[in-house]
Design a binder for this molecule. Structure first.
Ligand SMILES: Cc1cc2nc3c(=O)[nH]c(=O)nc-3n(C[C@H](O)[C@H](O)[C@H](O)COP(=O)(O)O)c2cc1C
Length: 199
């Protein structure tokens, strides 16, 4: 028996990504924790709340780097989860207990690495880093859908089999499932087009 239900947010299981952007006015780096992303070919599409500092930075020309988290850093991520880089906190965020934070890198214990193809920094603790520039920005009522073009992909050797293949045994993406942090590293089998490495 299926029950029809209404839900404001519906996180049925998405990778957790730390989006880094730069405030072009003062050169300050920000981290926005997101889970609304998908990737196809050279594009990444994301969903961002309009009050988020990450969105405000993109709106005025920042590039974006998507640092894909693994399961080991969920506590670091939760430390910055209730913060925003937006000094002008909207009321709904104040009421939810969010606080303004000038340096989420220190608060979360994240290490900056210089960007290679774009200005936004990479996060060393994330084994997959995807540098992008923004190609399309489309505003809905309280969020924006943003399309980004991939400029460079950087993968930590610890999850590589060789120069062009991921060792999938060593990659445990952090998954946000109905607001619970979990991971996805139990193999059930592989697709007929599987191209990476596996023991
Ligand atoms: C695991 C997780 C996933 C999230 N996913 C999104 C998302 O996809 N889009 C979004 O706008 N906010 C998302 N949020 C909320 C933002 O991280 C939050 O609004 C934060 O204050 C934004 O930071 P900023 O204002 O410094 O950009 C998520 C939060 C967590 C903890």
């Amino acid at each position: 028996m299926f029950k029809k239900m209404e839900k404001d947010s519906f996180y049925y299981g998405f990778p957790v990504v730390l989006m880094t952007t730069k405030d072009t006015e003062n050169n300050k780096d920000n981290i926005t924790v997101i889970s609304s992303t998908w990737t196809l070919g050279k594009s990444i599409v994301i969903g961002l709340g309009l009050a988020n500092k990450g969105y405000l930075n993109l709106q005025v020309g920042s590039e974006a780097t998507f640092n894909v988290a693994d399961a080991t850093i969920w506590k670091n991520i939760e430390r910055i989860a209730k913060t925003t880089g937006n000094f002008n906190l909207p009321d709904f965020k104040k009421q939810a207990g969010y606080e303004y934070c000038t340096d989420k890198f220190s608060l979360g214990g994240f290490t900056k690495m210089a960007g290679k193809e774009v200005q936004s920094v990479r996060i060393q603790e994330c084994p997959i880093q995807i540098e992008t520039s923004i190609t399309e920005l489309s505003i809905r009522s309280d969020f924006a859908i943003i399309e980004c073009e991939i400029k460079g992909i950087f993968v930590d050797e610890k999850i590589l089999y060789d120069d062009s293949h991921i060792d999938v045994n060593n990659w445990s993406p952090l998954i946000y499932k109905f607001r619970e942090y979990t991971t996805a590293n139990q193999s059930l089998g592989t697709n007929f087009r599987f191209q990476e490495f596996k023991d």
